[in-house]
Write a new protein. Sequence first.
Length: 73
Amino acid sequence: MNSADLQRLLSVAMPYGKYKGCLIADLPGQYLNWFAREGYPSGELGRLLALMQEIDHNGLSSLLDPLRKTNRF
């Protein structure tokens, strides 16, 4: 994980499914946990989902708050 990965969580939207269009950082924990159980997609999307699941699972979602503030225009 690096700072670019954290920025991507706030800029990449879910491309399909129930939460299509929702930013990875805004996906509900239950959805992230489902991927953890069933398997992540390949590539960058899977890597970002796994990262967000770890952040959410460990109660660290507030780490993204300063980045959210800097991403607003």
